[in-house]
Design a protein around this ligand. Structure first.
Ligand SMILES: Cc1ncc(COP(=O)(O)O)c(C=O)c1O
Length: 534
């Protein structure tokens, strides 16, 4: 069947539920809630406080206009103008306001009477409506009866998913480099990461097939895994983006081996594309919404004709992390089980949060939110470009096509120190300048640059190993006032000291000023030069 036929409902995939996932009953009192919206009902069943006693008569907010940030870059602009515009006092913020009263004036309006009351684990109806429209237009799930369910951010959504579909002692397919918080969430439940090799698009379909085809239950001490955790866009930590072809290969393998895909995708709208060095960069044109959506690597949902994808979306990177709000898109069977899990834990995301985010989205409308997302993507692209330009200013960068390891297929930049006195003949010491000290593939999405450190050239590499050297260098950089994330923590399985290979740092470009970025790169250069004893 073609994945875009959208001719059928999801398969029955209930055999993937964990023992805990199956055992959850409807919370006894929450079960009554489905009657609550019934017109004319006199409900004396629940312990609902009377809205008259809520001390909030209204909540209001001032939000940025959806077109607050520009949609196109101007090649004439200085590389800092994007940032300058952000904070320039003369460029006053344009804002819109909203107010939500206690009692609604018109049917269907948001109000505090319901919004701040105990609510459904599925979320406030108005918010769910907006989310559903968005998912349909942007992610375009390939089966008919997909559904959405709000959650309190992807961290908690993953925690709930683990409990719902994984049993202790089961394996979990992950990329060899992966998001450590997701592993930390699953590990205490006795879930064992099963790392799969990567290339420049993230998880390799060849490695995945090999891992599954060669699975030896007795040697591995566990059955073949039935769940995959993946961050396909702005992969954390490597910054890769997986295209439709690779997703299709992986999806087909998951159909063949009956695997559920959990798509944790917080960076979906931060797809920045290829890095182009400053000298060759051209102005970016504006695009309409359809072209913008089509330019983004599609979600697994678009291929998911069986309902085996549980997609996690969050407002953390597109609105703000403090909202603690996001949503699942999945088949109704998983949604119902996740709802039961929520009923006895978070109950529902905070009413305030839901009211604020729903008000923002209703005020902006779909078109305004798309306008915001398009500009946000550009903001992060400019940050990424500026940060990499800082590396290009500080180091000599040479690009080659990588053919091996997790960078295979990408243009990888090798960074060596720029000679201070280029006119003198290279002495033996100066020759070190031409040796790469670290390499990186420019991230194509997300917030991070992933550096590979050539610590094997360090004089103490044979005695200390790369993990100890990585920590030593990390400490020296931190002591010099710049904090990176050490790479070893992103490896799916614990790193041994004597593992051959490189050290790594994950460096964020999402939240610092241009001056801080520049200083960080120059501090890194000074510390690295001393550290490598050149
Ligand atoms: C891959 C990944 N998943 C989840 C999260 C956290 O998302 P949330 O704020 O929605 O819990 C992050 C944030 O850093 C992330 O990188």
């Amino acid at each position: 069947m073609l994945s875009n036929e959208k001719s059928s409902d999801a398969l029955d995939l209930s055999h993937h539920l964990s023992k805990v996932g199956k055992a959850r009953h409807t919370s006894p009192l929450k079960g009554l809630q489905k009657y609550m919206g019934k017109p004319g009902l006199i409900s004396l069943a629940g312990g609902l406080p009377n809205a008259a006693y809520f001390p909030f008569s209204s909540v209001s907010g001032e939000i940025l206009a959806p077109d607050s940030f520009p949609l196109k870059t101007d090649s004439e602009e200085s590389s800092l103008s994007w940032f300058w515009r952000l904070f320039s006092r003369s460029d006053k913020e344009r804002t819109l306001t909203f107010t939500v009263g206690k009692y609604s004036k018109r049917p269907g309006d948001l109000d505090l009477e319901n919004g701040l009351q105990y609510g459904l684990a599925t979320g406030q109806p108005k918010l769910n409506e907006v989310i559903r429209e968005f998912v349909g237009k942007v992610f375009q799930p390939a089966y008919k009866n997909w559904t959405t369910l709000v959650h309190t951010g992807n961290t908690d959504a993953w925690f709930k998913t683990v409990q719902t579909i994984l049993n202790p002692g089961e394996g979990l397919i992950v990329s060899e480099w992966t998001y450590p918080s997701a592993m930390a969430s699953a590990q205490p439940f006795g879930i064992i990461p099963v790392p799969v090799g990567m290339d420049s698009e993230g998880m390799s379909s060849i490695s995945l097939r090999q891992t599954l085809a060669e699975w030896d239950e007795s040697a591995r001490g566990m059955p073949r895994p039935h769940v995959m955790y993946t961050v396909p866009v702005g992969q954390n930590p490597t910054g890769t983006t997986m295209g439709i072809q690779r997703k299709k290969e992986i999806y087909d393998i998951c159909v063949e081996y009956d695997i559920i895909i959990v798509e944790d995708d917080p960076y979906y709208f931060l797809q920045q594309g290829k890095y182009v060095p400053k000298s060759d960069r051209v102005a970016e044109p504006d695009t309409d919404d359809e072209v913008f959506i089509a330019s983004l690597a599609p979600s697994y949902l678009k291929l998911d004709y069986q309902g085996r994808v549980i997609r996690l979306d969050t407002f953390s990177k597109t609105v703000c992390p403090g909202s603690r709000l996001g949503w699942f898109t999945c088949n109704p069977m998983f949604a119902e089980r996740l709802e039961r899990t929520a009923e006895t834990s978070s109950q529902a995301p905070s009413g305030f949060t839901q009211i604020y985010v729903a008000s923002l989205l209703l005020k902006w409308h779909y078109e305004g939110y798309m306008r915001w997302l398009k500009a946000l993507r550009l903001q992060y692209k400019q940050r990424r470009d500026y940060f990499l330009d800082c590396f290009a200013d500080e180091f000599h960068l040479k690009a080659t096509l990588s053919t091996e390891g997790y960078t295979a297929g990408a243009h990888i930049y090798h960074a060596s120190l720029k000679p201070k006195r280029s006119f003198v003949l290279l002495s033996e010491k100066d020759a070190a300048y031409s040796k790469p000290l670290f390499s990186f593939v420019p991230p194509s999405s997300g917030m991070f640059l992933w550096l590979e450190l050539h610590l094997d050239d360090h004089p103490s590499f044979s005695s200390l190993g790369y993990k100890a050297l990585e920590m030593k260098l990390w400490t020296e950089i931190a002591d010099a006032g710049v904090l990176f994330a050490p790479g070893a923590m992103f490896f799916a399985t614990p790193v041994e000291d004597d593992t051959p290979g490189y050290g790594h740092f994950r460096i964020s470009f999402s939240n610092s000023t241009p001056e801080e970025m520049k200083t960080a790169v120059s501090t890194f250069s000074t510390v690295l030069r001393n550290f490598m004893k050149i």
